[in-house]
Design a protein around this ligand. Structure first.
Ligand SMILES: [Fe+2]
Ligand SMILES: [Fe+2]
Length: 383
């Protein structure tokens, strides 16, 4: 990577870390941020090892301790599906075919790109949409690998025995999700991007944190909530039939996963924490939300094809204002913010910060356990 591009990235990352208000949250995030943002461990081309430090919770009395969780477990067993035989893999996918677009052309503001000196013809636009879609699906794939490992960890760590039964079904779900996204990218789009440094940082933070409830909060509420919104948005936007069916199946699984987090954390965060512990979690969740809101700007795509054509800052504002990305963001946080309220982390102390981010209108929307399948697969609210 050219030195200028590398320096711009470092300045960008440093500014993001300096913006973290709570010093103890900054200290907690720093080691993962160094590995993810500065050392780019996720992009070394080598397998990555992370050191887990949580305690595994055994119970040799096998208590039936949570009827709601047991019902979710029964539902999850009933709704398992076979990724090899239940999806129409025989579908012919041509990313360059404008008749069956992966994403509509309105996803990108082509004038905004032209204003930055990049003018594309028809084929180049189609090529760009293929790359953007591959970039997003690649991040879904990497997020799913994080979810696979995290669900295995929360299954080990949860003190709720019925939660262990349910957690095991989620591990299977996430393995299936890794399989279908990986197969789709390799066989159908023939293009896969490396993991985004910010996503790596979040996953690294969750894997190495010893506190079991932080793993639930990070993966089951924040990352899963965001994923649910992202998958629903892409499901509505794409016309490609295999991708649509694949996303529909994944969304049906993901809705259960967020509920796992809600069932676990709602009672714990409503009376089971000291004031200091609660404040720490409120601030930690907010900083992860900020990271997710501001930092997923397709820099892997920028470094591949645009670093010599515009500055990183210019690229950031182009991607930030892309109509498709705005819609993604809206639906993602429409899913995520009400879940934070549902577990009790949107206290008056932090509410103003969420309002400043423009999320105030999402606060009173229904949490994920109140959404029906029609809500998840239906039309998004107006952007
Ligand atoms: Fe998943
Ligand atoms: Fe999931």
């Amino acid at each position: 990577m050219p030195v200028r591009t590398r320096l711009e990235a470092w300045v960008d990352h440093t500014n993001a870390l300096l913006a973290v208000e709570n010093a103890s949250v900054l200290m907690q995030m720093a080691p993962s941020a160094i590995r993810g943002l500065f050392l780019r461990r996720g992009r070394s081309g080598e397998p990555t090892k992370m050191k887990a430090s949580h305690r595994v919770h055994f119970d040799f009395e096998y208590p039936a301790d949570d009827p709601g969780m047991r019902r979710l477990y029964e539902k999850a067993k009933r709704l398992q599906w076979n990724s090899s035989t239940d999806l129409p893999w025989e579908t012919d996918v041509d990313p360059m075919n404008p008749e069956v677009p992966l994403m509509g052309r309105e996803f990108v503001d082509w004038n905004s790109l032209a204003n930055r000196g990049v003018v594309f013809n028809k084929d180049e636009r189609q090529d760009f949409l293929w790359r953007v879609t591959s970039w997003m699906l690649s991040q879904f794939l990497h997020g799913e690998q994080g979810a696979l490992m995290a669900s295995a960890q929360v299954t080990e760590a949860t003190p709720i025995f019925d939660g262990k039964y349910y957690g095991a079904t989620q591990v299977m779900d996430e393995a299936r999700h890794v399989e279908v996204f990986s197969r789709y990218l390799d066989e159908k789009l023939e293009l896969r991007y490396e993991i985004n440094d910010n996503l790596f940082t979040i996953i690294d933070g969750l894997m190495t944190d010893s506190r079991w409830d932080i793993k639930f909060l990070g993966m089951q509420i924040l990352v899963e909530g965001l994923a649910l919104g992202a998958f629903s948005t892409m499901y509505k936007m794409t016309s490609e039939p295999l991708l649509k069916e694949l996303l529909k199946r994944v969304i049906q699984d993901e809705a259960r996963h967020v509920n796992f987090g809600l069932l676990t954390l709602r009672p714990l965060y409503n009376g089971g924490l000291t004031e200091k512990e609660r404040i720490e979690r409120e601030d930690w969740a907010f900083e992860v939300v900020v990271l997710m809101r501001n930092r997923f700007l397709a820099h892997e795509l920028y470094e591949e094809a645009f670093a010599h054509r515009m500055s990183r800052r210019d690229w950031n504002s182009f991607v930030d204002q892309m109509p498709g990305m705005s819609l993604f963001r809206r639906v993602m946080f429409e899913r995520l913010v009400p879940n934070l309220r549902a577990i009790g982390l949107l206290t008056p102390r932090v509410m103003e910060r969420y309002e400043r981010m423009g999320f105030g209108e999402f606060v009173h929307m229904p949490a994920s356990d109140k959404l029906t399948e029609a809500d998840l697969l239906g039309s998004p609210s107006a952007a």
